[in-house]
Design a protein around this ligand. Structure first.
Ligand SMILES: [Zn+2]
Length: 373
């Protein structure tokens, strides 16, 4: 039922509309115009103003033809850099790539293309469908910022799908971690490195002592932590009075995240204070975990939808957050679906036409299956 040529054309056209994070204005206009010609006016929220970007999140509501539960479908409008002036090329191997100078933007326009093609097909073939809420977010790549600033009280759907995971179509993310960002700051005392170092307290040395006894890397099968940025000091010949470390902790389990974070903070503080320094720690909760049971309605629906089109499925756990994390955190069970994008965030990014098609087939099947239940 999916129109392959129309889908490929639509995908390529969308990748060629610039939309790097914060500068989604042109792409927002593209989507608004696309839906407007089909008689649908979108609602744009104030996330653009809050985030000082060009566009807010866009929501389109499509009334259902049957009295079934509404479904939320979401994807993000923004891309990473280099993402200006993308030229998408369809190769003889039926793989779409950029010209090598930019990313392709299949992350996440392959997701958007699937939603648009499924919608087009429903309208064209007059297929029964539940009420649909289509959400296109901004600034996902900058830390899920659009999704975080969206007001979910206006969403009627009690289940949703984000189309924004790696893995082939049929990959269904049912578990993903929650994450804390942790900034550690050490304050020592400056002194001349050659004349009176004993009057100083070297914050870098204190930080090193603390780090040596803090967990780092994989903690257990569900839990990791990392130190990613360290900076500080003033000059080679000054005992470093302060330094700063940025790290993170994540876990599939909220309890383990809380425990690990408490442990990191306690060990750090103990080591710094015992060695004569002072410290400050800031913990920022970035996003909640996804923990969906295989028998949850949101999962059984997509499994049935995939079976209907003979698409193999795999329920997976992943190590990263997505807009689905935020949507789940707002009490809307939401799975992130694999869309076949490859080598994302690089100039080698590519996607197979077959995967574009399967994405659209799966979205369409979810919708028609939901109309039956
Ligand atoms: Zn993405």
């Amino acid at each position: 039922m999916i129109n392959r040529q129309r889908l490929v054309d639509s995908f390529i056209k969308m990748t060629e509309v610039d939309s790097i994070s914060g500068k989604e204005g042109k792409f927002r206009d593209y989507l608004k115009a696309w839906f407007a010609t089909r008689g649908l006016l979108g609602e744009e929220d104030d996330a653009g103003e809050i985030l000082q970007g060009e566009s807010g999140n866009l929501l389109f509501r499509i009334p259902g033809t049957v009295a079934a539960s509404p479904i939320l479908l979401a994807a993000h409008m923004d891309t990473v850099v280099p993402g200006m002036g993308i030229k998408a090329l369809l190769g003889p191997d039926d793989v779409i790539r950029s010209d090598g100078n930019t990313i392709l933007g299949s992350d996440d326009k392959a997701g958007i293309a699937a939603i648009l093609e499924a919608y087009e097909t429903i309208m064209e073939k007059n297929l029964e469908h539940p009420p649909l809420e289509l959400l296109f977010t901004v600034s996902e790549e900058q830390g899920l910022l659009g999704a975080k600033n969206f007001d979910y009280s206006c969403i009627k759907a009690r289940m949703g799908y984000v189309l924004d995971s790696g893995g082939a179509p049929g990959t269904i993310v049912i578990k993903s971690p929650c994450q804390n960002e942790i900034e550690y700051r050490v304050f020592g005392r400056a002194a001349h490195a050659g004349i009176n170092p004993e009057d100083g307290i070297n914050s870098i040395a204190l930080m090193a002592k603390a780090l040596a006894v803090m967990p780092c890397g994989r903690v257990d099968a569900e839990t990791t932590c990392n130190f990613g940025i360290i900076e500080g000091g003033i000059a080679r010949n000054i005992v470093a009075p302060n330094c700063r470390l940025k790290g993170e902790a994540r876990s599939l389990s909220r309890q383990k995240l809380d425990q690990l974070t408490a442990q990191l903070c306690a060990v750090f503080e103990r080591e710094i204070v015992e060695n004569g320094g002072k410290c400050e720690i800031d913990v920022k909760f970035l996003y909640p975990e996804i923990s969906l049971e295989p028998d949850a309605e949101v999962i059984t629906l997509v499994l049935r939808a995939a079976a209907k089109i003979s698409l193999p499925t795999e329920l997976i756990s992943t190590g990263g957050g997505s807009d689905a994390s935020i949507i789940n955190g707002n009490n809307i069970p939401c799975a992130n679906l694999g869309i076949g994008m490859n080598a994302v965030h690089t100039t080698q990014e590519h996607i197979r036409v077959e995967d574009l098609v399967n994405n659209a087939r799966l979205v369409l099947s979810i919708i028609t299956e939901a109309a039956r239940s």
